[in-house]
Write a protein that binds this ligand. Structure first.
Ligand code: ADP
Length: 494
């Protein structure tokens, strides 16, 4: 094993399908980058490996002169490695370049349809992670994979392991709802032989399940909030893997994601015309009128404005918001003298319904697309932020909302329950819904509106309390370092 840079400092290879600013579909991209940058600041040698998607321009990257061959059983992939850096850091990013596998738009698919060669695309990435180290003369102490696309890595490391000569492995589950399920007949695409099927842990309910193999083979498994770590070991939130996870409960740790406050901070946010602090929070009103003007809403501070920024998928409560049939709940909200702004992309059916509703309801604006600047302006301009998620591993938007003095209305689940305290006369930072169901959402909105119209002082106090909260990556990093140390000690003992 190669020496680390400094004593007690690790060499960490993160294998990922997303990282800001290069490729993002959700919170995974924010989390990977922020964690890597923070580990770098703490003196660790952390590097990323990810695909070179079509949208990542090669002309600003350094190309390794010789090709990088990835051999998967009989299949050989001639790839190239490009090197770049994460902004404001020393973190090296290796981009795996292969035109046929990654040279297209979309990370996992387009228009809600997954690519049918995703198993192959991400298997190649996972195998590359195992051989990159020797190719670079830089053997990591830890390979840290994220979600199902790279969950094969722990199994691959385990089968290569001779004594302590291979890296320890950590798998982080950012969302248990996506497991990478494939027909068993596709096993050869993973590079594993039929003899290895049962020991690989891949088999689950007569299918291959990539995430399950990762959970069973990783030296340590983490997920992104303590409450979610407990929930996924129960049938309600376990997506059929609850027992598998419970069987590894001694290796499973929930670590809350942090927020990158250099990007998400109303004092410094360059997407805003007017910046504000907890002391000058009344200036937030100007962000609200700017947002209303930008989106063509009536400019008024009397009407409460509710923001949503989200992937448009059932997980985020859109079935409930749009049910029954034709957006009953959103219609009710828009007719209740409340302004509602939804920014999102995802399920084409939800996109269509939202567009149609917004066409006929002047108080509802639906912006279908991915727009980071607008996401910031909604966080600043909205009075309340709605996240009626069915489940939520950590959730970032409620954390941004707290920082922006925008009161979150969230389901009592996963990381939302860990980070938002229900408002009582004694304090609190947001409104908690017991379940993601239309009645609860209406109840929560009514609480919000009543508070808005009757108790401006309470609104101000709740805002101040939320703005004081901090979910910094520094503290998360301490927990990850403990996980890495444990993973290494378990690795040595296998
Ligand atoms: P998830 O990872 O499940 O999508 P999170 O709340 O953890 O949910 O993270 C979502 C991240 O993606 C946040 O940074 C949010 O602002 C961003 N985001 C989601 N949809 C959009 C969109 N349409 N435009 C801009 N940003 C978006």
């Amino acid at each position: 094993m190669a020496q680390s840079r400094k004593k007690n400092h690790y060499r960490i290879l993160m294998v990922t399908t997303e990282a800001v600013p290069f490729a993002k579909s959700g919170g995974l991209a924010d989390a990977v980058t922020a964690l890597a940058q923070e580990l770098d600041r703490a003196g660790h040698d952390v590097r990323l490996l990810m695909p070179r998607y079509y949208g990542i321009r090669r002309d600003q990257l350094f190309r390794f002169p010789s090709p990088f061959r990835v051999q998967i059983a009989e299949e050989r992939y001639e790839t190239a490695i490009y090197e770049g850096r994460l902004p404001d850091s020393e973190v090296v990013v290796y981009f795996l370049d292969h035109e046929e596998l990654y040279g297209r738009d979309g990370i996992y698919g387009v228009e809600g349809e997954a690519f049918d060669d995703n198993l192959r695309r991400f298997t190649v990435l996972s195998h590359a992670a195992l051989t990159l180290g020797s190719r670079l003369g830089w053997e990591p102490d830890i390979i840290h994979s994220h979600d199902w696309p790279t969950a094969l890595v722990p199994m691959l490391a385990r089968r290569k392991r001779i004594g302590a000569a291979q890296p320890a492995t950590v798998l982080t589950i950012h969302n248990l709802g996506y497991q990478g399920n494939y027909p068993v007949g596709m096993l050869p695409e993973t590079g594993l032989s039929w003899n290895e099927l049962s020991e690989s842990g891949l088999l689950h309910h007569d299918e291959l399940n990539m995430l399950k193999a990762g959970i069973l083979n990783a030296d340590m498994v983490t997920t992104v909030s303590p409450n979610y770590a407990a929930e996924i070991q129960t049938p309600l939130h376990g997506f059929s893997l609850d027992r598998v996870l419970a069987s590894r409960s001694d290796r499973l740790v929930g670590i809350l994601n942090g927020v990158d406050y250099s990007l998400w901070n109303p004092e410094l946010d360059h997407h805003l015309d007017v910046n504000y602090t907890a002391e000058t929070v009344t200036l937030k009103e100007r962000s609200k009128s700017a947002l209303q003007t930008e989106l063509g809403l009536e400019v008024s501070n009397t009407l409460p404005l509710i923001g949503i920024v989200s992937r448009l998928v059932p997980q985020k409560g859109f079935e409930e918001l749009l049910a029954p049939g034709y957006g009953a709940l959103l219609v009710a909200l828009a007719e209740m003298s409340i302004q509602v702004v939804v920014l999102g992309t995802g399920d084409p059916d939800y996109e269509y319904q939202l567009r149609r509703l917004a066409d006929r309801l002047p108080n509802l604006k639906a912006i279908i697309g991915f727009d980071d600047g607008l996401a910031h302006r909604i966080e600043a301009g909205a009075d309340f932020f709605l996240m009626p998620s069915r489940y939520e591993p950590c959730g970032l938007n409620q954390l941004y909302s707290l920082r922006y003095g925008t009161i979150p209305i969230v389901t009592r689940t996963g990381g939302l329950a860990d980070t938002v305290q229900d408002i009582t006369p004694e304090g609190g930072t947001g409104i908690l819904l017991d379940h993601a169901c239309p009645n609860e959402i209406i109840k929560g909105i009514l609480r919000a509106v009543t508070m808005w119209t009757e108790s401006p002082n309470q609104i101000a106090a709740v805002r101040r309390a939320g703005m004081k909260e901090r979910y910094a990556w520094e503290s998360a990093v301490g927990h990850y370092l403990e996980v890495y140390a444990k993973a290494i000690s378990y690795r040595v003992s296998v």
